[in-house]
Design a binder for this molecule. Structure first.
Ligand SMILES: [Zn+2]
Length: 126
C-alpha cells in the first residue's frame, strides 16, 4: 500500500472515530471507573419522574440508548484496532489468511480485518 493511500485511510479512521465518539456522548457518559479505557461508555438512565408511565418511558429510552451504545462501542473498538494495526504495521492484512486486503475495500470500509475471499468463506462472521 502506498503512503498516500495509507494516510487517506488513517484520516478516514480518525474521522469515523470522532463521529462515533460524538454519538456515544449523546447516549451515555464515559465510565469513570475505567476512564483509562476510552472504549467504555455507560448509557445514561433518563429521569422523567416517578409515575408508572414515566418509569416505563425511562426504561424504554434507556434500552434504546443501550442498543445504540453497544453498536457504537463495537464500531469504536474496530476503529481503535485498525489504528493500532496501522501503528504496528499489521494494517491491511487479512486476519484469516494473512494476505493483503484489497485497498479499494479498505477505502470503503477502513475497519475491515479480513479479505473478500475469507469474508465470503466465513459468511456471517465479523
Ligand atoms: Zn483472507
Amino acid at each position: 500500500m502506498d503512503k498516500k493511500t495509507f494516510k487517506e485511510i488513517k484520516k478516514k479512521l480518525l474521522e469515523q472515530k470522532k463521529v462515533v465518539e460524538k454519538g456515544l456522548e449523546t447516549v451515555g457518559k464515559k465510565d469513570d471507573a475505567t476512564s483509562q479505557d476510552d472504549e467504555n461508555f455507560n448509557s445514561r438512565f433518563p429521569d422523567y419522574g416517578d409515575k408508572e408511565d414515566e418509569n416505563a418511558a425511562e426504561v424504554s429510552v434507556y434500552s434504546d440508548r443501550l442498543a445504540i451504545e453497544q453498536e457504537l462501542e463495537k464500531d469504536i473498538k474496530d476503529i481503535n484496532k485498525a489504528l493500532k494495526n496501522i501503528k504496528d504495521g499489521s494494517y491491511g492484512i487479512c486476519k484469516h489468511c494473512g494476505k493483503p486486503i484489497d485497498e479499494r475495500r479498505l477505502m470503503i470500509r477502513p475497519t475491515s480485518s479480513s479479505c473478500v475471499e475469507c469474508k465470503k468463506r466465513l459468511k456471517g462472521e465479523n
